[in-house]
Design a protein around this ligand. Structure first.
Ligand SMILES: *[C@@H]1O[C@H](CO)[C@@H](O)[C@H](O)[C@H]1NC(C)=O
Ligand SMILES: *[C@@H]1O[C@H](CO)[C@@H](O)[C@H](O)[C@H]1NC(C)=O
Ligand SMILES: *[C@@H]1O[C@H](CO)[C@@H](O)[C@H](O)[C@H]1NC(C)=O
Ligand SMILES: *[C@@H]1O[C@H](CO)[C@@H](O)[C@H](O)[C@H]1NC(C)=O
Ligand SMILES: *[C@@H]1O[C@H](CO)[C@@H](O)[C@H](O)[C@H]1NC(C)=O
Ligand SMILES: *[C@@H]1O[C@H](CO)[C@@H](O)[C@H](O)[C@H]1NC(C)=O
Length: 530
């Protein structure tokens, strides 16, 4: 069954109910490991094929009729968006399918172009590029809402099956597009972050569909207690800054566990957060300062939010601290003043502290809004149900920049507010059934960082805060092989997907060049299946 849909998506636009006025959730609920954007060229020229034919613009979206439920095809299909170009295509070239992961893919169509690794592969091997929006994100919705009932078909396995079914059935809107399904043409699956994990998972789960793959910053090892998020940050930030932060956090944890209400209130008011009722909400608020690390890239230059924070702690009267910092007293006051003078309004605007940083109001209507288009809710479903990835403090024997008062239970409680009744069990319950989130189940099904898939490139950045969930984690024993190269740069999250980051870092450029060499070699070895 081949389905061609050459119609602009606008015709199929799903009515999305307008955003209720009190839709605000806690600031942290917006955390996502999203892909960096391509820095757009100032002038977008017409897209032209190799023989000079003018092609549709990159932002032109197409629709594929995807199965709503791969376990029950009789439920029918939904409209899944994709973007596509064949500007570099010549007969025999590969189809490069990019999975953008947990985002509205509109605005990511630059990932079709040679500003990214996808277009680089296409340009080198005469390929065509495709971006397929993930179900339940953007305008690719199998169900009319994001209710618990609808989200039953929002699983990693369904996303894997979408990629496979698409590649096996799409009739690409290009000459000979009905002769390019997997088996007839070599398909290269690519992605970054969660999308990168899907590359590895898909190739492991259904090995004979995609010929080769590129997984950037792929968070393959699902981890409930994901204190490792802060580890690359702790290791890479200036030594004085980490020394002072560790000292403050040790003090914070001592005070918060002291049961001394007066001391606890004094501590909170140092940051202007005395209005925050729950101690773990206060402890979690202090994590916010590290989240800007994820926006860093090799070409960020000085003066980013993260460095502004370290400067606030480490520069006193124009003088910068030595490697061990200024010590607890100065750091505590400086961090607190930074919140009071600037940072609180940066992240909370005019909101009161409990609205912005509190998580205990189970009656806040925000939790139950289930209208389409909420990427945070759709992503949180996957976290609550399968991945975990709760950011928290390191174990007691390990240095930490994040308070140990925050544990997976802090995130899990909010899963209960968001998706009431969805989970039969969870890690804080003692019931003898599979825990939710079922990270162990995910790792056992899709092999985590132990995957043995061949013709799969893993590319990682040493400074990526998600590194501990990738094959480049300190704890991973998989060192890769010539058939599963593990490439490591000095980059950050998904840096190697972008050509301009290669311009900013020789090591990122070298990862990209090495990857291209592998794809060239493997492509030469490809033969159609009988
Ligand atoms: C040029 O390419 C277009 C699209 O690939 C194709 O339809 C057309 O036949 C080609 N023309 C020539 C002269 O090769
Ligand atoms: C990238 O592709 C565009 C066409 O889309 C082309 O004009 C440009 O030369 C290519 N860049 C490189 C570095 O090859
Ligand atoms: C604080 O109170 C808790 C609960 O009553 C108790 O378990 C803990 O030992 C107390 N901590 C200190 C430092 O007194
Ligand atoms: C100390 O902190 C300053 C300001 O953030 C930074 O520029 C410098 O590199 C740090 N020095 C050391 C040795 O950590
Ligand atoms: C997890 O289990 C605990 C204890 O049984 C319960 O209080 C909590 O609401 C549950 N959380 C979720 C997300 O179901
Ligand atoms: C990966 O392999 C290591 C070492 O054999 C093992 O301890 C670990 O449980 C495996 N992890 C997964 C997700 O299979």
């Amino acid at each position: 069954m081949l389905l061609l849909h050459f119609v602009p998506l606008l015709l199929f636009f799903h009515a999305v109910s307008s955003r209720p006025s009190r839709a605000k959730g806690p600031a942290h609920s917006r955390r996502k490991p999203s892909l960096p954007h391509v820095q757009r060229p100032t002038e977008v020229l017409p897209v032209v094929s190799r023989n000079g034919t003018q092609l549709p613009p990159y932002d032109y979206s197409y629709v594929f009729q995807q199965l709503i439920d791969h376990n029950n095809p009789s439920l029918g299909t939904f409209r899944q968006r994709y973007w596509h170009t064949y500007e570099f295509y010549e007969s025999g070239g590969p189809i490069i399918l990019f999975m953008p992961g947990e985002t509205d893919a509109d605005g990511y169509y630059d990932y079709l172009t040679n500003a990214t690794i996808n277009g680089q592969i296409a340009q080198k091997l005469n390929g065509a590029t495709v971006i397929l929006e993930h179900r339940f994100f953007g305008n690719s919705n199998p169900m009319p809402d994001l209710s618990v009932q609808s989200l039953r078909v929002h699983t990693v396995q369904q996303a894997i099956d979408d990629l496979v079914y698409f590649a096996q059935n799409v009739n690409l809107p290009m000459p000979g597009g009905d002769q390019l399904a997997t088996g007839k043409a070599p398909w290269i699956l690519t992605g970054g972050s969660y999308g990168g994990a899907l590359v590895s998972y898909t190739m492991s789960d259904q090995p004979d569909v995609f010929y080769s793959g590129y997984a950037s910053s792929a968070v393959v090892e699902a981890t409930v207690d994901f204190w490792g998020y802060f580890e690359p940050i702790r290791q890479a930030m200036p030594a004085n800054c980490s020394a002072d932060i560790e000292a403050v956090i040790a003090h914070v944890d001592t005070v918060l566990t002291s049961n001394n209400t007066a001391q606890i209130n004094t501590l909170k008011s140092t940051f202007g957060l005395q209005g925050l009722a729950h101690n773990d909400d206060f402890a979690a608020a202090l994590q916010e300062n590290f989240l800007s690390w994820q926006a860093l890239q090799p070409n960020s230059g000085p003066g980013g939010d993260f460095y502004e924070f370290c400067d606030a702690l480490e520069i006193k009267n124009g003088v910068s601290a030595g490697p061990s910092g200024w010590g607890l007293d100065n750091a505590l006051q400086a961090w607190g003043n930074y919140w009071k003078s600037k940072y609180y309004s940066d992240i909370c605007g005019d909101d009161d502290v409990e609205t912005c940083l509190g998580t205990y109001d189970a009656t806040n209507p925000f939790w139950s809004y289930d209208y389409l288009g909420q990427t945070d809710r759709a992503w949180n479903w996957l976290l609550c149900n399968e991945f975990g990835f709760y950011f928290d403090g390191a174990p007691a024997n390990h240095p930490t920049v994040a308070s140990r008062l925050v544990t997976p239970a802090w995130g899990e409680r909010q899963c209960g507010y968001r998706f009431p009744g969805a989970f039969t069990s969870n890690i804080t319950s003692s019931a003898a059934v599979e825990p939710v989130p079922d990270a162990r189940g995910v790792n056992s099904a899709y092999k985590g960082w132990n995957t043995t898939t061949e013709r799969l490139v893993f590319a990682n950045g040493i400074n990526d805060p998600w590194r501990e969930a990738t094959v480049a984690a300190d704890g991973s024993t998989n060192i890769g092989s010539d058939m599963q190269p593990h490439l490591l740069s000095d980059g950050f999250h998904c840096s190697d997907l972008l050509v301009d980051q290669g311009e900013a870092s020789a090591k990122v450029k070298s990862v990209q060049g090495t990857a291209l060499t592998y794809f060239e070699k493997w492509h030469a070895e490809w033969t159609p299946s009988a």
